[in-house]
Design a protein around this ligand. Structure first.
Ligand SMILES: [Zn+2]
Length: 459
């Protein structure tokens, strides 16, 4: 028996069936011939969800007979796939998108962003900016994000309020910030936030030393010990620009990646963000150590930081995840646009049209992120027993017709406006483009009040 759903209904039942035209489960990593072992997509398949979990995946014609008691959500013309995992962002910086553009990384940070943050960032800024970012991420199919910003307690509260999933990077820098006076205080306050929120199943935590040029070797050594004891990831900006590596080499006689290797930080718990400037020896170290590279193509392009050699890293066996970076250097949190940029940029960089193909881009934006965050046993693919973090993309539109290959249409033709429904832990947070856990009008009003406050102080 099929129940038709009213346009604005949100399921409150403990179980339901999502019936898709195309199911893209993201089961396997691409093999050397660019295709995975399992089919990239299946047609007319259903996903059965009970409470927070996927309990079955089967042909749609069998699903209703096997589960006659469950509501059927018929998504004809839509592709269903795992939600995107945005593996690196600074969510609260959503309040600074468009504040300063068209500058190189260090000029941008030193003349625009850091002075503005020192003046304005407080609990309310982080709470509101993070909610604004979550709203944008949900409306573009992101179901989990890894953050790095000040006031992690406010980030955790915003995540809980909106119902999304997140890994919160407990930020560490040596100098005084709006969050703490020094690295020791960053660590002690961060650990207190970890203790406060660690029992929330949708929250996980990492330590997030900002970068080797803002965090001393001694602090990194300490974080290596603590993160090992607590089984927490380390999430760090690394080799973002050639200026960073050459300046570090000049000051310390060693390149940052080699310094991290000596400390013991090159390991499967390391999430190395950017990595635009790498030699062959360093790529071998990354592969041997099992650490993960977080590729942020649009931020790297906008700040003219450089290009991460993604295909070389994939060929060496390094897991690649994709991140948007903060909105102030992007200027959006659109994982579809990000994965398309990753696919295109790799081709320009290598002169090889086969580099970083569409399936690899989708894989990096889902399973690649889950692996980097250490959450791949629960997230990243559509498999029985995993969390129901899913998105439905409407391909039955002019822009994506005809569908020879739904993976290609999603990677190269679809836009985020075609993402109609989003579920996190089985709960629908986007229903026909409407957010169910966030008051969009109120959020826009409050964000505009912040813009008036920031703009007013510059006059
Ligand atoms: Zn960043």
């Amino acid at each position: 028996m099929t129940f038709s759903r009213s346009k604005n209904s949100v399921q409150h039942q403990t179980g339901y069936i999502i019936k898709s035209s195309w199911l893209i489960p993201m089961l396997d990593a691409p093999l050397s011939d660019k295709f995975p072992e399992s089919p990239m997509w299946l047609e007319e398949q259903s996903v059965v969800i009970r409470n927070e979990e996927i309990i079955d995946v089967l042909a749609s014609q069998l699903a209703q007979n096997k589960y006659p008691e469950l509501e059927v959500i018929d998504l004809e013309g839509m592709a269903v796939m795992p939600g995107f995992i945005n593996a690196h962002t600074h969510a609260a910086m959503n309040l600074l998108k468009g504040y300063s553009d068209d500058l190189s990384l260090h000029v941008w940070l030193e003349t625009a962003i850091w002075p503005c943050e020192a003046k304005f960032v407080d609990d309310d800024f982080v709470q509101l900016g993070t909610q604004l970012a979550i709203a944008e991420m949900l409306r573009s199919g992101t179901t989990c994000f890894q953050d790095m910003y000040f006031m992690p307690d406010q980030i955790a509260k915003a995540v809980q309020k909106c119902g999304i999933r997140a890994n919160i990077g407990l930020m560490v820098v040596d100098s005084e910030t709006v969050w703490a006076r020094n690295a020791d205080e960053c660590i002690s306050k961060g650990l207190a936030v970890f203790d406060q929120f660690k029992h929330d199943e949708k929250l996980s935590f990492s330590f997030a030393p900002h970068a080797p040029y803002t965090v001393s070797k001694a602090t990194l050594e300490r974080l290596n010990t603590i993160s090992f004891e607590l089984s927490m990831n380390i999430h760090i900006h690394l080799h973002e620009t050639i200026e960073e590596t050459s300046q570090y080499l000049k000051l310390n006689g060693i390149r940052p990646v080699e310094e991290l290797k000596e400390i013991g930080l090159l390991n499967p718990q390391l999430n190395a963000v950017h990595m635009t400037e790498l030699n062959d020896q360093e790529i071998t170290w990354l592969a041997e150590s099992g650490c993960h590279v977080i590729h942020c193509p649009q931020s790297n392009m906008k700040l003219a930081s450089g290009i991460c050699p993604t295909q070389k890293l994939v060929d060496a066996g390094v897991n690649i995840a994709i991140g948007s970076d903060g909105s102030a250097s992007n200027n959006d949190l659109d994982m579809l646009a990000e994965l398309q940029s990753a696919a295109l940029l790799a081709k320009v960089h290598t002169g090889n049209a086969e580099a970083f193909p569409a399936y690899q881009a989708l894989y990096s934006a889902t399973m690649g992120g889950a692996k980097a965050l250490g959450l791949d046993s629960n997230l990243g693919s559509i498999e029985i027993g995993k969390q129901a973090d899913l998105i439905a993309i409407d391909l039955n539109q002019i822009e994506t017709t005809p569908v020879y290959n739904p993976v290609s249409q999603i990677a190269y033709a679809a836009s985020r406006e075609q993402i109609k429904h989003v579920w996190v832990a089985g709960k629908q947070l986007l229903n026909d483009r409407e957010l169910t856990s966030i008051d969009s009008r109120s959020l826009i009003k409050k964000a505009n009040q912040w813009k008036t406050k920031i703009e007013g102080s510059n006059k």
